[in-house]
Design a protein around this ligand. Sequence first.
Ligand SMILES: [Zn+2]
Ligand SMILES: [Zn+2]
Length: 163
Amino acid sequence: MAQRANPALTALVDQARAATREAAGAFLAAAAGADRVEYVPVAGGRAVMLARLAQRIDAGATATCRHVRAGRPVPLTWLAWAPGLLRCVRCTAAAAAAMTEADVRCHGCEGGDRSTVVLTRVLLPAVVVARPLHASGPLTAVFGLCARCREAPDPPSTVDGGS
Ligand SMILES: [Zn+2]
Ligand SMILES: [Zn+2]
């Protein structure tokens, strides 16, 4: 049965789309500046890092910077070398400018350096939840992985198969 569109929901979906477009633009701009670009599936060590990020958020171990209004979709970035904060565009630029050589490491095993680690970006589009009305993201996760950690098996599913 067709329902009348909820204007607040429609507005939030429009904002989520615009925010995801903005994040995709930044994602492509970052890729244009890389030495080498490879598009790969989110599996193995990449999936492990995203699962770890989800666990941090669930555990309340990741805050957002003070420019982010809860419930609104704006581009956020998670930097694995400063994992306590999800940052707005401005705070991400400041953190990227302050990045040191020690930050370029494998965030799977905490080893490696610029010669062995591949900096990886994953863009997750904005999410809108209808009830209660809420939106967040898009979220770009940035982390380093060495060859061994890239090949890690997929993380076990946390979905409980029971009732
Ligand atoms: Zn900020
Ligand atoms: Zn590693």
